[in-house]
Structure formats: structure tokens, C-alpha cells
Design a protein around this ligand. Structure first.
Ligand code: PLP
Length: 444
């Protein structure tokens, strides 16, 4: 029996043995195609020797150097590569070990910024329902994943509140135009500012493309500029969580590039290190870092493993590969192929209510009844069943629920590595089709 406190204490996971390209091999059965990058992590595929070399060389040179005493070349070069040309005014990077830590750091940087500029009342954060921002207590309190929040409600901070997401399939009114829906959401955010007191809000926080909780939900055109306008009018910051949808997954390096806004603070993680090492980061606007440097002179936040040399060396290698191999062009081309394949295979499927996403980040939402968009009984665990059937068929997709009220709804995410080839995309759609048909043709 395993001594690890696994995610499930009922069913131990299989031992992973090896990974190469899109293929992952466990101890049982043939290799499977990693069509979800784990959870949208493995962006350049598995086993890239260039990253392995970078990790080995860094570990040999120096594996660890505490940031109280040292910086390291890999971290400096990674920061230069990410913000050297100040994309959207982002000028500084701060490296941590996960997406949740990045979100915690973003919240604290926003709070400290307002202290530095003499606005100490700003301590509240508005986020959205149907969003997930991580599992540590700050990030969990910020997010709107009800199932994950529920057991911990009594120990979550009370500086967070939630407004509706921009989620056309589920929440746009019948006959409501896109412009009216966006205006309604902007009015809701404005009302929340007014309810809490506009001068108490530090930031509005959102994922440009909602990942796990709702399944690759893109915003309507004009939504983010409208939210930004509300924030700007009240002097609050805009924090964008690109932990899942960022670093190329959407077809541009940052998902916000397609939204007509730039964030004040941005978080990144999964695609930053591609799974070769645990690493996340925040990227911040010059005005924020300036306020700290001209004020107290320090970001009052630190971790033992921040800017870890081996993690930074791995991420640097991954980011160079994305650029040198022009993988973003492949994301766009293979993304279009994946979209077309999913539409052809599932567009008329009786139990696929919505096919949505961007780049190489796509989801299928399953419904019991297409016309009414009624979800399956959660007890049936359709998303889990599709994941298991897909694994058995030879393809790994990511199952999640919670599209409607944070508890119900079933979707799976298809997020293959940026290196995917046309025949691999076609095979993913084919195998997923077999799995979905197998599960949904069974009586409930
Ligand atoms: N933010 C988003 C949008 C995520 O999808 C996740 C993880 O899935 C996180 C934050 C938390 O990241 P981590 O699991 O690395 O702590």
C-alpha cells in the first residue's frame, strides 16, 4: 500500500514510467497520448533533451542559492526574456513554485502597492464565480470553485467577493445581444464596487479564458475593456490569472493580447516550465514596482524556493524552445485543426452542448438534453467516466465540472502540447469520439 496521501484514497494512481513527445507510458497498458498536457502543463511535450540538459547543467553548477544572498543567471535571463521588452508595460517578474503561490503573491503585491501610495483602505478583491485561482487559502478564497471552497469556508479570508463570469453558453439571456450582455456584466461590477465602497477595492481578478472550473470559456469581445474601464474609473487594479491559459496556450504568448487590455499584474505558471520543474511567476507593471522601490524599498513577501535556479533554468529552456521552434504558429495551426475536428465529430452530438476554446485549449461540455442545456445528474460523474474511457482508449483528457453553479455540469479539456502534429490531433479527436460515444450511449 502506498504511503502517499494520494488525491484519491480509494483508487491508487498508476505509476508513470516514461514520457516522450505526446506519449506517456505507465506500468499498465500501452502508452497514451497526452492530449491535455496533464492539466494544460506539458506545453512542449515530454522528454525534450534540451530541457533535460539545461536542468542538469544548472544542478551541476549550483542547484540552490537563497535569494537573501544571491540572484542567479537563469532567473535573470528568464526575467529578461519575459519582460525585457516590457510587453504591455509589464517590467518585472517574480518567480515562485506554483500557480497558487503566484496568485498569493499577486494579491499581496496589489495590497502593498496601495499601502505604498497612501491608499490603505484598499484591501478587497472582486473575482468571478466559475473561476479557480488555486488551492492555498488566499487563492481559494479568491476563487469561485464552490466544491473546492466549501469544506474550508470557515477559514477563508473575508476580503473577497464574486460577480458573474462572462459565460455566454450558460448565462447570456435569450435574445440578449453581446453588447447588452457585456453592459450588464459591467453594471454588475460597478454595483459591486458601489456596494463595497469603491475606495476599498484593490483589484478585480479574472482568467482571460476560464480554465478548469468552467472549461475553456472565452469572454465576449469588449468584455475585458468594459471591466478595465470600471477598474480604471475607481482606481483599482486589474489582475489577470493566466496560470492555465497563458504562455502560448491561446495562440498568443499572453491570452490578454487578444482581449484589448493589459493587466496591472499577471500570473503565469503551467506553460512557463512546461512541467519540467515546478515554477510560476507574477509579471508586474513598472508603476507598481516603482511605488515599492520609491517607498519601503522591498516587496514584503518571500519564499525559500523563490526564483529557484533549477526551476528557472528549466523554464528558460522551455521558453527558448517555444520561440526558436516557432511553436506559437503551430498552436494556431493545430488549434484550428482541433477546432474543426471537434466541430465535425461532436457538432451534432446529442450530448455535447457546447464546444469552446481558443488556440490549443478546447473543452466539450456534456448535457443530458441539448435543447434545454440540462446537465447530467452529478451522481453519474460523466466527466470522470469520459476521462476513464478515454484513458482506456489511449488518450488523456482533463475532466472537470462546475460550469453552472460551481457544483454541477460536466466538461473535459483538450489541451495537447504545442508540438502536436496533424496526425496526432486527428487521432485525439478519433479516440475521444470513441470514449464519449461509449459512455454516453450507456443508459444513465
Ligand atoms: N489559477 C488557475 C487559472 C489555475 O488553473 C490553477 C491550477 O489549475 C491555479 C491558479 C493554481 O495553480 P497550482 O495548481 O499550480 O497551484
Amino acid at each position: 500500500m502506498s504511503r502517499i496521501l494520494h488525491r484519491s484514497l480509494r483508487k491508487e494512481p498508476m505509476l508513470a514510467v516514461s514520457g516522450k513527445g505526446l506519449l506517456v507510458r505507465g506500468t499498465e497498458g500501452p502508452p497514451v497520448i497526452d492530449a491535455s498536457g496533464g492539466a494544460a502543463v506539458a506545453c512542449i511535450g515530454h522528454g525534450d533533451e534540451r530541457v533535460v540538459r539545461a536542468i542538469t547543467e544548472q544542478a551541476r553548477q549550483i542547484a540552490y542559492a537563497h535569494t537573501v544572498f544571491f540572484t542567479c543567471e537563469a532567473a535573470e535571463e528568464l526575467a529578461d526574456l519575459l519582460v525585457g521588452d516590457s510587453p504591455g508595460g509589464l517590467t518585472h517578474a517574480y518567480f515562485v513554485s506554483s500557480g497558487s503561490e503566484a496568485m498569493e503573491a499577486a494579491l499581496k503585491l496589489a495590497r502593498q502597492y496601495f499601502l505604498e501610495i497612501g491608499q490603505p483602505r484598499r484591501s478587497r478583491f472582486i473575482a468571478r464565480r466559475q473561476s479557480y485561482h488555486g488551492n492555498t487559502l488566499g487563492a481559494l478564497g479568491l476563487g469561485g470553485n464552490m466544491a473546492r471552497r466549501e469544506p474550508y469556508e470557515p477559514i477563508l479570508a473575508n476580503c473577497f467577493s464574486h460577480v458573474s463570469p462572462c459565460f455566454a453558453y450558460r448565462f447570456q439571456g435569450e435574445g440578449e445581444s453581446d453588447a447588452d450582455y457585456v453592459a450588464r456584466l459591467a453594471a454588475e461590477l460597478e454595483a459591486e464596487f458601489q456596494r463595497l465602497g469603491p475606495d476599498t477595492i484593490a483589484a478585480f481578478v479574472a482568467e482571460p479564458i476560464v480554465g478548469a472550473t468552467a472549461g475553456c470559456v472565452t469572454a465576449l469581445p469588449g468584455y475585458f475593456p468594459a471591466m478595465r474601464e470600471v477598474c480604471d474609473r475607481h482606481g483599482a487594479l486589474l489582475i489577470l490569472d493566466e496560470v492555465m491559459c497563458g504562455m502560448g496556450r491561446s495562440g498568443t504568448l499572453h491570452a490578454w493580447e487578444q482581449e484589448g487590455v493589459t493587466p496591472d499584474i499577471q500570473t503565469i505558471a503551467k506553460g512557463l516550465g512546461g512541467g519540467y520543474q515546478p515554477i510560476g511567476a507574477i509579471l508586474a507593471q513598472g508603476k507598481i514596482v516603482r511605488a515599492l522601490s520609491e517607498g519601503s524599498g522591498a516587496f514584503k513577501h518571500g519564499h525559500t524556493y523563490q526564483a529557484h535556479p533549477v526551476a528557472c533554468a528549466a523554464a528558460l529552456a522551455v521558453q527558448r524552445i517555444i520561440r526558436e521552434d516557432d511553436l506559437l504558429s503551430n498552436v494556431r495551426a493545430m488549434g484550428a485543426r482541433l477546432e474543426a475536428g471537434l466541430q465535425e465529430r461532436f457538432g451534432n452530438h446529442a450530448h455535447v452542448g457546447d464546444i469552446r476554446g481558443r488556440g490549443l485549449f478546447w473543452a466539450l461540455e456534456f448535457v443530458e438534453d441539448r435543447a434545454s442545456r440540462r446537465s447530467f445528474d452529478p451522481a453519474r460523474k460523466v466527466n470522470e467516466a469520459v476521462k476513464d474511457a478515454a484513458m482506456a482508449a489511449g488518450v488523456m483528457i482533463y475532466p472537470m465540472g462546475g460550469t453552472i453553479d460551481g457544483r454541477t455540469g460536466d466538461h473535459v479539456i483538450i489541451a495537447p502540447p504545442y508540438t502536436a502534429r496533424p496526425e496526432e490531433i486527428d487521432r485525439i479527436v478519433e479516440l475521444l469520439g470513441q470514449a464519449v460515444d461509449g459512455v454516453l450511449s450507456r443508459p444513465g
